[in-house]
Design a protein around this ligand. Structure first.
Ligand code: GDP
Ligand code: MG
Length: 370
């Protein structure tokens, strides 16, 4: 980076922008806090303020939590995160609704639910399952492109009265590419014309061999309409999850992935995040993508304010400085200065990218239009 704004430099030095402007004025330069200065001038200023000059590399400033692993003994079992995919009208939304409705503990919050992009159910045996409530391949692919692999298990919904359709194949390919195990839910089995066996046979052509065909992909006949087979589907999800031994360390600073984010008229920037590990708490200072913030409130999928959220818990976060992007990671840091430092570093990097890189290829142009 050859240039930096006076304000950014001030932030990094933990000095007041106005003081830097004053010093620059004394050096004969008339600049405002929002103007950029070159590296030599920046170094002069840094010396003037008695700081040591350390040219930092990206890895010194930025945070990348993908590499550091928690010690085995800190890991505790966590709920699986499930995404539902399949062809349009095969019943993804109906299935998500049915799974939620059937399992929302009666009386809790009067059954009031709100859409926050993900929700969690508690089964009769007190097992928890998190469902991403953004069915569709675009969301899944977009998250993956941003390096966010939050899905543990994919449920492939295929309507028993229809068959393997283009988006079914697309879903199979996405799932395979992501290396995520799949459970096939053959839906609409209440319909007289339903033919689940035909679906199993057709899946063979796409190298999806279900258990009934001596393969190792679990399959289950369901009806989102009548609720038939849903308990079995939940059992299969839990069985798959058990095989995967999903674990996370709940006792550390949280890192999470942004599932959805928006600017809410009354509440400001709001993001739904899924905690990957650690426990996110009210008051935590964090950086989310290019934004920093402090958790002002946490709201769960029933619209209730909660004090903290552990691994695989979806939660709405209030207190962001701006709107992050889906797929961004939200990382809790020690203090506000650190959060601002990382956020401004990332903002600067984004600006550099935007100014130096024209749209590169048609793929990325089109995927951003979808
Ligand atoms: P999506 O596009 O995959 O989200 O599909 P939807 O959930 O919107 O369902 C498409 C249509 O199929 C709607 O009219 C649903 O009422 C209907 N549908 C979904 N599941 C079932 C089912 O199990 N049985 C029957 N008979 N209809 C269903
Ligand atoms: Mg739908």
């Amino acid at each position: 980076p050859e240039a930096i704004t006076v304000q950014e430099l001030a932030n990094r030095m933990a000095e007041k922008g106005a003081d830097l402007v004053k010093s620059l004025f004394n050096m004969g330069m008339m600049v405002t806090v929002n103007q950029t200065i070159d590296q030599d001038t920046a170094e002069l200023l840094v010396e003037e303020f008695g700081h040591n000059i350390t040219r930092v590399s990206e890895s010194d400033v930025d945070i990348d939590t993908s590499e550091d692993q928690d010690p085995e003994e800190t890991l505790k079992p966590r709920p699986p995160v499930v995404t539902i995919m399949g062809h349009v009208d095969h019943g993804k939304t109906s299935l998500l609704d049915a799974l939620r409705g059937a399992n929302v503990v009666k009386g809790e919050a009067g059954g009031i639910t709100q859409h926050i992009g993900a929700y969690q159910i508690t089964t009769k045996n007190k097992d928890k399952i998190t469902f991403l409530d953004t069915p569709g391949h675009a969301a899944f692919t977009q998250m993956r492109q941003r390096g966010a692999n939050v899905t543990d298990i994919v449920i492939l919904v295929v309507a028993a009265d229809d068959g393997i359709m283009p988006q079914t194949i697309e879903a199979i390919n996405h799932t395979k590419a992501a290396g995520v195990p799949m459970i096939v839910a053959i839906n609409k089995c209440d319909k007289p014309e339903a033919n689940p066996q035909k679906i199993r046979e057709r899946l063979l052509e796409h190298e999806v061999v279900v258990e009934a065909m001596s393969g190792d992909v679990q399959d289950v006949e369901v009806s989102a309409k009548t609720g038939a087979g849903l308990d079995e589907l939940i059992e299969k999800i839990l069985l798959q999850a058990e095989l995967m031994e999903l674990k996370a360390n709940p006792d550390r600073l949280a890192d999470a992935t942004v599932i959805e984010a928006k600017l809410d008229k009354g509440r400001g920037p709001v993001a739904t995040v899924l905690v990957n590990r650690g426990t996110l708490k009210v008051g935590d200072v964090f950086v989310a993508g290019t934004q920093s913030g402090r958790v002002r409130a946490l709201i769960d999928d029933r619209g209730q304010q909660i004090k903290q959220a552990g691994p695989a818990t979806p939660v709405e976060v209030l207190g962001l400085g701006g709107v992050p992007q889906a797929g961004d990671s939200l990382t809790v840091v020690e203090n506000e200065q650190r959060a601002r430092e990382v956020a401004s570093f990332r903002q600067q990097r984004e600006t550099e990218k935007r100014t130096t890189l024209a749209p590169t290829n048609f793929d990325t142009m089109f995927s951003s239009l979808k």
